[in-house]
Each structure stands twice: as structure tokens, then as C-alpha cells.
Design a protein around this ligand. Structure first.
Ligand code: B4P
Length: 184
């Protein structure tokens, strides 16, 4: 049973690698960013609430993402394992997840810290050009990553759940390193 969490700065390749690995392992790829963008596109109540946060690079309020993660992990396909991409992004979200997994008997998760330097991720995101990929918004997302998300590296390292992968390689090389590391 594989349960994986992808951590890393915006643009490190979390979404890219999570999708490849989920297909390879035949388990769901659960990206909070993708779910929020879909909700925004459909203008659901969640999407309307999340829009201004996502557009400006801020984190959406914990309660909104926590509710959507709880709902998604409760679906039938998640019983065979999952990859969580973009959640948790704060220690408060990690504590919530820990409690949820305990409550639902879904422990044993491993955490992949996909790392890449700021200059690399800024260049990648600018060339992707999503609506929240302007230089100003990317800088803000990096700042939030450093303040709110990076502390999760210690959080999961202390719990012996963390592996770190160098995201500053070609997509194929990152996939190769990931598969190799997770198999050991
Ligand atoms: P996300 O959708 O999670 O966006 P992201 O951090 O930018 O990473 P993403 O997965 O898209 O990029 P990737 O590195 O794969 O979040 C967006 C927003 O949603 C947040 O700012 C926030 O507002 C909100 N949100 C989401 N989760 C939340 C939570 N838990 N709490 C609160 N708010 C939340 O790829 C980037 C680019 O690099 C791609 O173009 C890709 O092709 C390229 N790339 C990938 N790997 C590469 C490689 N090895 N070499 C070259 N290019 C590569």
C-alpha cells in the first residue's frame, strides 16, 4: 500500500512527478491545487471562495482545503493508496492530516521533499505561464513556501517519514531517482 505526500517549493515538479508515479502505481493523484482550479473554473462555492487567494499566491484558508482533502481521502479509490500533492502546506494542515489518518486507519505515509533552487523554479513557472505564474505572484508563493511550508521538512524528518529528492534534474532523472529511492 503506497501513501505518499509530495512537498517542495512551487515549480519543483511535485505535480509532474506525482502524476507519473500515480499512473505507474495505479493509485489516485490528489492535487489540492488542481481541485481548487477545477472548482474555480466551475465557479462552485469552494471555487468562488478560493479564487482571490490562488490568484494572488496566498494559501487558501485551512478549513477549505482540509474539508476537501477529508472528503477526497474518504472516496472508494483512496482505499488502495494515494499521492497527496500540495497538501499539507502548513504545520496546522499536517497536524490535521495526522489526526485524520489515525482516525481512518490510513497510516504508513512517506513524504517526498522535492527540492529545487529559486532561480530554477522561477524560470520554469514563468515559462509555464499559468494565471498565477507571474513573477510577482511566484515570488510571493516562494516567500509563503519558506515561511509556512518549509518547516514541514523538519516536522516529517523528526517523524522519520522524509526522503529528499533533487528536483533540479530532467523529469526522467527525477522519476528515476524517485522510483529508486521509494523502492529501497
Ligand atoms: P499548486 O497547484 O500546488 O502549484 P505549485 O506549487 O505551483 O506546483 P505545481 O505542482 O503546479 O508545479 P510543478 O512543480 O509540478 O498550488 C497552487 C495554489 O493553490 C497555491 O498557491 C495556493 O493558493 C493553493 N493551494 C494548493 N494547495 C493548498 C493548500 N494545501 N493550502 C492552501 N492553499 C493551497 O511544475 C511546474 C512547472 O515545471 C511545470 O511547467 C512543469 O512542466 C515544469 N517541470 C516539472 N519538473 C521539471 C523538470 N524536472 N525539469 C524542467 N521542468 C520541469
Amino acid at each position: 500500500m503506497t501513501r505518499l505526500i509530495f512537498l517542495g517549493p512551487p515549480g519543483a515538479g511535485k505535480g509532474t512527478q506525482a502524476q507519473i508515479l500515480a499512473q505507474h502505481l495505479n493509485i489516485p493523484h490528489i492535487s489540492t491545487g488542481d481541485i481548487l482550479r477545477q472548482a474555480m473554473k466551475e465557479q462552485t462555492p469552494l471555487g468562488i471562495k478560493a479564487q482571490s487567494y490562488v490568484d494572488s499566491g496566498e494559501l487558501v484558508p485551512d478549513q477549505l482545503v482540509q474539508d476537501l482533502v477529508e472528503e477526497r481521502l474518504g472516496q472508494a479509490d483512496a482505499t488502495s493508496g494515494w499521492i497527496l500533492d500540495g497538501f499539507p502546506r502548513k504545520v496546522t494542515q499536517a497536524a490535521f492530516l495526522e489526526e485524520l489518518l489515525q482516525k481512518t486507519g490510513q497510516g504508513g505515509e512517506r513524504v517526498v521533499n522535492l527540492d529545487a533552487p529559486d532561480e530554477v523554479v522561477v524560470t520554469r513557472l514563468l515559462s509555464r505561464g499559468r494565471k498565477d505564474d507571474t513573477e510577482e505572484v511566484i515570488r510571493r508563493r516562494l516567500e509563503i513556501y519558506r515561511n509556512d511550508t518549509a518547516p514541514l521538512i523538519d516536522y516529517y524528518s523528526d517523524r522519520q517519514k522524509l526522503v529528499t529528492i533533487n528536483g533540479d534534474q530532467s523529469q526522467e532523472e527525477v522519476t528515476h531517482e524517485l522510483k529508486h529511492t521509494l523502492a529501497s
